[in-house]
Design a protein around this ligand. Sequence first.
Ligand SMILES: NC(=O)c1ccc[n+]([C@@H]2O[C@H](COP(=O)([O-])OP(=O)(O)OC[C@H]3O[C@@H](n4cnc5c(N)ncnc54)[C@H](OP(=O)(O)O)[C@@H]3O)[C@@H](O)[C@H]2O)c1
Length: 352
Amino acid sequence: MKTIDRSKPVMLTGATGYVAGWLVKKLLEAGLTVHAAVRDPDNTDKIAHLEELATHSSGNINYFKSDLLQEGSYARAMSGCELVFHTASPFISHVKNPKKELVEPAKLGTQNVLEQANETKSVKRVVLTSSCAAIYGDNSELEETPDGVFSEQNWNTTSSLEHQPYSYSKTIAERKAWEICQNQERWDLGVINPCMVMGPALNPRTTSSESINILKGLGDGTLKFGAPDIGFGVVDVRDVAEAHYQAAFTPEAQGRYITCGHNSSLLEMAQILHARYGEHYPIPKKALPKWLLMLIGPMVNKTMTRKYIHKNVNLPFKTNNSKSREELGVTYRPLEETMEEAFQVLIDNNII
Ligand SMILES: NC(=O)c1ccc[n+]([C@@H]2O[C@H](COP(=O)([O-])OP(=O)(O)OC[C@H]3O[C@@H](n4cnc5c(N)ncnc54)[C@H](OP(=O)(O)O)[C@@H]3O)[C@@H](O)[C@H]2O)c1
């Protein structure tokens, strides 16, 4: 990969997002000029935390009105940039029309941003926020892996518009990114594949990230009778920002990077919170039996289909984070710190 000139502006899509917030912070604290591509620069609530970060750092931030679905929409924001971070993509689970709400913004958005990189002669590197959702579809697939762990070599081949549509959207978006990258030679592509991101939100009130909805669900009584024991990888949002930053500025970095601090589960995440906050909040500490989930899951939650339950509940998730540790130098925070600091932000903001 090529060296990036830090005196040039860097562009970031989806700057208002939960994950992007900590990356913007890191870039501003490093004294960089950030071209923040956002859907609505006049929405002062959504950019308030970014303004605050810029005020307390040596870097600068400028906003550019851009939409993933509008062709040419990133031209002004990208102009003069050597480095582009593409983080924008909807991370929502309750959707009526998965094609329109998830797949089109993910795939067409990636195409739009990367074709703009082809048009913008200054661009040398793109760092894409993909997901572990592009690595695997269901926990049951772990059995088919040669070493019993998901790795950067794996691709999700089982998700679809009907089953795990968010995972499908991330898979086809990342595939599109590699396809566009391989048809040119000027810019390199680095891909970050985070598992479930947790940790303190800089924008807990304005993000619609599913991470925050899951965390809320653990504390607001939704799961007071028990949590489904679903294996998940969990990673701190600050460690994800670090991985993006290192993938951008480490000349040797290349390919995909699974960014996962802990092979964990929804139940373990709940139990950590229960130990610290269980006295005051209805946090689950027991697992919901699989047979009960099969019975009531599909009625209370559209995404909890019997197929999903069958292939994910009571099954572990396992991955290997050695590539991100060895090549990007990422060190992962303890899970307790991540979960507690994440939950405390919700309490401090009266969200829980
Ligand atoms: N959170 C996780 O656990 C996790 C794990 C792996 C990967 N990721 C990936 O991380 C990225 C950020 O997710 P997040 O959790 O931070 O969610 P988030 O807070 O909801 O951020 C999503 C961002 O995408 C932007 N966006 C959505 N649709 C758009 C459109 N049509 N045009 C322009 N921008 C659009 C949103 O802008 P607005 O503010 O205007 O809505 C927002 O900035 C996504 O690519 C997601 O797939 C997240």
